[in-house]
Design a protein around this ligand. Sequence first.
Ligand code: PGA
Length: 282
Amino acid sequence: MKLAIASLLACSAAAFAPSIQTSRSSTELYGRKPFISGNWKLNPQTKEEALKLGGDIAASITEDSPDADVALFVPYVFIESTMGVVGDKLSVGAEGVCPEGNGAFTGAISSSMLDSIGVKWALAGHSERRVIFKETDEYINSQCVKLIEQGMSVMLCIGESLAEFEQDLAGSVCAVQLKKGLKGVTKEQLSQVAIAYEPIWAIGTGKVATPEIANSVHATCRSIIADMYDDEAADSVRILYGGSVTPESVDELMSQPDIDGALVGGASLDSEKFARIINFQV
Ligand code: PGA
């Protein structure tokens, strides 16, 4: 499998020509503010560890750090205490939300509950939620709409499986997930949305998409947004890359014109690694 993916990436890098032949970053070209975010998933296992990790990450943001938005998406139970240790250095978001407002939904957390404790961001559509928890595009759409109506922001995650990538379906999969996920979201409300392109084959596998592949799919996503809304919307929406981002890969990814940030899983659990990612160099 390793060899298969390696040769696949080698071939595909040529097939996916960068949309714009330049090494200038997205911020330089379009003024989109970089956005570095961590997704802790089902980690860490104790409140003490969460506070230590959150505190160490916040401490790595200094006046010399890039002018970027930084967010940590953390398990619900750690949200408030993590907010307490990070102060205003970064935003602490939720890993999900129940699209229902209230009522008989055991185990669920609503957007108003999150809003009431000061949460500004939540994830929707992560591939682990789609695959393991069987969340559909319709459900993900209702999460997006609910969060936006609540006045919050949503990071909509999209991305294709390895089989789809091999069949050259990345763009088509992203088109369906974007169109269904953002159904009913107006152009004005897009300012409350960030997109995270996370190819499933790159998540937690150590197989980061080459910057060229990632940038090419980001450019495709941007043209889908242009079709759905207009060029202004496409130029202003932030599209983050996710999937095995590391201190070693972040600089080149962030140098791509259509990559505006990173959604980081594994490396966001290591404060030194995540510090280097936050302090990316372009
Ligand atoms: P990873 O996870 O960085 O561990 O690949 C990314 C994600 O799932 O958001």
